[in-house]
Ligand binder design. Sequence first.
Ligand SMILES: O=C(O)c1ccccc1NCC(=O)[C@H](O)[C@H](O)COP(=O)(O)O
Length: 203
Amino acid sequence: MQVKICGITSIEDAVAAVAAGADALGLVFYSASPRHIDAETAATIAAAVPPFVTLTGLFVDAEAAEVQAVLEQVPLNLLQFHGSESADYCEQFRRPYIKALRMKDGLDVLAAMDAHPRARGFLLDAYRPGVPGGTGETFDWQRVPQLSGRPIVLAGGLHPDNVVQAIAAARPQAVDVSGGVEAAPGKKDPQKVAAFIRAAKSQ
Ligand SMILES: O=C(O)c1ccccc1NCC(=O)[C@H](O)[C@H](O)COP(=O)(O)O
């Protein structure tokens, strides 16, 4: 099982997550998030990340110029679009990207995936009106499609004590966590990070 630790805000947290076995790290460039970092900070974190760890930049309905400006400063491997971005918007940056889908009641997940034929995968997250992500809430894992043929990253309210059950129910390719491994908003707890990765990778 691959694990992405999202909302990394410091070199210390990045190094601890990588040492614990994280496959990917998420940097949040959404200014309303308590995990938001600027491009300068992101560049210093990026310099501390070893090769073969996927450095992911997360944006929510950002101006294209803002994404471009970050890309000029930070060597991101993957973009994560967490708002209502179209495929044309996501593809203009010519970088691999994943699209977050917030699992609102009634969402046609397969149709939402079809709208992004070139996305490398889909991060399925809980839906809370007015909050684009990092809610700490789960959704019904039975809603994760099993036959989409597209890579799925399960997110939303995961923590060390529910990730095994979540993987068994949703059978994703990867899991993503933010609040469930924090000591405080924007600060990871290295013990929780290690426990989460250990549990996820036991599956
Ligand atoms: O983490 C945030 O603050 C955030 C804010 C706005 C959009 C997305 C955000 N996080 C995206 C992630 O990939 C989170 O890991 C995902 O939403 C799950 O968060 P959590 O329920 O806290 O594990």
